[in-house]
Design a protein around this ligand. Structure first.
Ligand code: PYR
Length: 631
């Protein structure tokens, strides 16, 4: 509990209070005095100065170059775009419009998957909001901007200490012309496990009213029952359901017959029948080779009557070649990123694709000079996040062997580092492929990819081979995510789990094959609202309810953090990660028109108790905060 006061009193909770309640129980109306916003902010900056930012090696704040932010006329009318097509013509009208386009359409993933894949999802709202309006004005012909969902939701709260919903609402305000797209993990929503059906319904409804237009819905095992509720909820919200097949294996390889062309065609037909507006091909690892892309898109176009939207990662370096062949076969939309945030584990570069297609009649409607200016901004911003780079600086054709999703690469690397396997990354990658074989060759994308990753870390860490798993399995304590997946908690893979391995992993636990949502209690949101009202001591929004439902623990810590340090999303990124240099002065706009001026004066040596005093000037007045030095 956060506060011991009136909102926790049982009479208040029961509604049994009247005007004498205050007179009878005055002690309940003493609220703890909270620190003002300035002090909270200084405490956070002081904490970062003394102890560094978790996950980043502590170092002196680097000198970054000035941001190249393109100038736009903010008074000019906002150019209209795909968002207006949807709003004016509805979902069916939008689909028709999409099919009528001669040119290739682009989704820009810079705000979501690009940084999820390159920078461990760490790009902050501050840096997104700063470039949102220029992007909307300079790239109005995008089909969509993917800016939410996937891992951004929990990373926002967990590591960036910001509310994902505020990001969505603020971006929507600055970008009113382009469709907003999110990645939704079917029955796993934006989490790593299945949620009750009513949670999926509420989550989709809430996201739709906060501004999401296109929901890319997938299941991490390509299991249809894991997607149906989400597709239905999107349709009921009047938004676009882009149901995606996850591409794994290699349709050109006759030895990988589990995931052959026919498998994908059948899946696509089913998704069309389920009410998808658009078919997504989600090549999360970048395994779709150019000729395979041609065959797949060509056959899908003959099999179904939906626009096809191709997503891939450029890890192998073959991305633009794959897109060019998919475009030859008539793909409607492809996922790209601004070049400074493209390539490698991210999406192929939109400018590169534009130049590759120029003059063919298929080139996207793109102001390439504008895109290149935006790229300058991203090149500068990316430097802030250098501590989260994967280290992959060249094409990585090994991807065809280990099949690790682009969005997982830099995140698993952070996980490996955290469990002491920093020096064994090659072993982890190798084990990742072996675990996939052990598991019977499954689709690997969040959360199934995380399970494969957890098992790979576990085996490398404990020096286990496949044979050890079978021989010593009964006495091994497998990672919880592995046990849950083999129980059926995230659905069923094509052909089921290997039975012998399943028995070893589950021990006495029971496995089931029906939809997990079927035997989960619905969340009572009214009840939760009352409970949160008590804990938070403020009005509870639908966004709070969702944050709590998706990630109860992460959300609680986020709220505690916010109470203690305030809203840190207003800080510039270098200060957020590295604090201040001695004598450095920054301006922080804590709300429109209200600015704090913060200057670092000095830092004391630690006391015997390990405390340091950090001396600042806040708007010219001396202020100090005491920070425990944890080094
Ligand atoms: C995600 O679910 O986060 C992916 O990017 C696949």
């Amino acid at each position: 509990a956060f506060l011991e006061n009136v909102v926790q009193h049982e009479h208040f909770l029961n509604g049994e209070y009247n005007t004498s309640f205050i007179d009878d129980t005055p002690e309940l109306f003493v609220f703890p005095r909270r620190k003002d916003r300035g002090t909270k902010m200084l405490t956070f900056i002081g904490e970062t100065i003394v102890n560094g930012y978790p996950g980043l090696e502590q170092q002196k704040k680097p000198i970054f170059s000035a941001l190249r932010k393109p100038e736009v006329d903010e008074d000019a009318p906002m150019p209209s775009g795909s968002k207006q097509v949807l709003d004016e013509r509805g979902t069916d009208g939008l689909v028709k419009w999409l099919k009528d386009q001669e040119r290739t359409l682009l989704t820009d993933t810079t705000f979501r998957d690009a940084h999820q894949s390159l920078l461990a999802t760490r790009v902050r709202s501050h840096d997104l909001l700063n470039i949102a309006e220029p992007t909307a004005r300079m790239l109005p012909d995008l089909f969509s901007t993917e800016m939410w969902g996937g891992a951004t939701y929990d990373v926002a709260m967990r590591f960036l200490h910001e509310d994902p919903w505020e990001r969505l609402l603020n971006l929507r305000e600055k970008m009113p012309n382009v469709l907003f797209q999110m990645l939704l993990r079917g029955a796993n929503a934006v989490g790593y496990k299945n949620y009750p059906d009513n949670v999926i319904e509420e989550f989709v409804k809430t996201s739709a009213s906060a501004g999401i237009d296109v929901f890319r819905v997938f299941d991490s095992l390509n299991w249809l029952p894991g997607m149906t509720k989400a597709i239905e909820a999107v349709r009921n919200s009047g938004k676009l359901a882009e149901a995606a097949i996850c591409y794994t294996g290699d349709i050109l390889d006759p030895n990988r017959e589990k995931y052959n062309l026919n498998y994908y065609k059948e899946l696509a037909k089913t998704l069309e029948a389920e009410g998808a507006h658009i078919l997504g091909i989600k090549d999360m690892a970048g395994l779709l080779k150019p000729e395979a892309a041609y065959q797949l898109v060509n056959e899908l176009k003959e099999t179904i009557d939906l626009p096809v939207h191709l997503h891939m990662h450029d890890t192998s370096g073959n991305g633009v070649f794959t897109y060019a062949r998919a475009i030859d076969a008539g793909v409607d939309v492809v996922d790209t990123a601004i070049s400074a945030m493209a390539g490698s584990t991210s999406q192929p570069s939109m400018e590169s694709l534009y130049y590759a297609l120029k003059g063919t009649g298929k080139e996207p409607a793109l102001n390439v000079e504008a895109a290149s200016k935006l790229s300058g901004y991203w090149e500068d911003v990316r430097a802030y996040y250098q501590g989260f780079e994967s280290g992959l600086i060249a094409p990585h054709p090994e991807i065809y062997e280990h099949e690790m999703p682009g969005g997982q690469y830099s995140n698993l690397q952070q996980q490996a580092k955290a469990v002491g396997l920093k020096g064994q990354w090659d072993d982890v990658k190798d084990m990742y492929a072996r675990v996939n074989t052990l598991f019977g060759d499954i689709v690997k994308v969040t959360p199934s990819s995380k399970v494969v990753g957890d098992m790979a870390l576990y085996m490398v860490k404990n020096d286990l081979t496949e044979a050890d798993i079978f021989e010593q399995g009964n006495s091994l304590d497998f990672p919880e995510s592995v046990v849950e997946m083999f129980q059926g908690e995230i659905g069923q893979p094509p052909g089921g789990f290997p039975p012998e391995l399943q028995r070893i992993i589950l021990k006495n636990r029971e496995a089931y094959t029906d939809r997990p949502g079927k035997h989960m209690e619905p969340v009572d949101f009214e009840d939760l609202k009352t409970k949160l009202f008590t804990e938070l001591d403020r009005q509870v929004t639908s966004h709070d309810l969702m944050n709590h439902t998706m990630y109860p623990k992460v959300y609680e810590e986020y709220e505690q953090f916010r109470n203690y340090f305030g809203d840190v999303s207003v800080l510039d990124t270098p200060t957020f990660f590295y604090g201040l240099r001695l004598g450095e002065e920054i301006e922080v706009e804590i709300e429109p028109g209200k600015t704090l001026i913060v200057k670092l004066i000095s830092i004391s040596k630690p006391s015997d108790a390990g405390d340091r005093i950090v001396y600042f000037e806040l708007n010219g007045q001396p202020r100090e905060v005491i920070i425990k030095d944890r080094s």
